[in-house]
Design a protein around this ligand. Structure first.
Ligand SMILES: CC(C)(COP(=O)(O)OP(=O)(O)OC[C@H]1O[C@@H](n2cnc3c(N)ncnc32)[C@H](O)[C@@H]1OP(=O)(O)O)[C@@H](O)C(=O)NCCC(=O)NCCS
Length: 181
């Protein structure tokens, strides 16, 4: 299996991955979000990686530009969303490879913090931990029962504890419907 940056030619296969992974109800909305983020200037710089097996895209992860308001520190921050693997390819380590490669490339380009709103059982394996209790507010309030789904990982040592504030995401993602877990 190969992990590589996506190209414009991958657009419809990427849509299929999200529609199938997130299901009929949520999938089309997530696929549209991905396309909107590709077009959104405020999402740039972004990192879009696909997992390709036997010539077919089986997984996709998107990371887009974000920032932290109320801080003087100029930090490079990204938001990881969404991540999806085709149902028949799940639980084979593909999501893990996409996240690890994504974090490695972001680290190489100087990104300091990566945020995610996701499954609290999944992301800690990559170093993510709860972001709210260490002073990072999500773009929209997260329901109390889901506070552990809002997570952050530090790619540059020494940021957590020094910086706090509200995370501002790309415009396409800055809609309340994307901020429930
Ligand atoms: C979540 C997802 C991206 C994981 O990708 P994957 O390739 O199946 O995951 P991997 O094979 O790398 O890792 C498997 C691990 O993920 C866990 N996992 C899979 N789906 C999960 C979920 N919905 N919640 C929590 N953990 C999950 C598995 O239990 C397994 O855990 P283990 O290693 O402790 O046994 C994939 O299942 C998916 O696309 N799900 C539907 C879309 C979705 O929910 N995306 C949002 C992610 S926040």
């Amino acid at each position: 299996m190969e992990i590589r940056k996506s190209t414009a030619a991958d657009k419809s296969e990427i849509e299929t991955v999200h529609i199938q992974a997130f299901g009929e109800q949520e999938g089309p909305e997530i696929a549209k979000l991905v396309n909107d983020l590709f077009e959104d200037e405020t999402a740039s710089p972004l990192l879009s990686l696909v997992a390709v097996r036997n010539g077919r895209i089986v997984g996709h992860v998107l990371c887009t530009n974000a920032s932290i308001t109320q801080t003087d520190e100029s930090l490079s921050v990204q938001l990881l969303a969404p991540l999806a693997v085709l149902p028949e390819a799940q639980n084979q380590g593909i999501g893990t490879r996409l996240v690890r490669e994504g974090l490695s490339q972001l680290s190489g380009s100087g990104v300091a913090l990566v945020f995610v709103l996701g499954h609290p059982e999944y992301y800690p394996r990559f170093g993510f931990s709860t972001a709210g209790i260490i002073g990072f507010e999500a773009p929209y309030p997260i329901a109390e029962k889901n506070t552990d789904a809002w997570m952050v990982v530090e790619l540059k040592q020494g940021i957590i504890g020094k910086v706090k504030g509200k995370v501002q995401c790309a415009e396409a993602l800055n809609q309340p419907q994307y901020w429930h877990e």
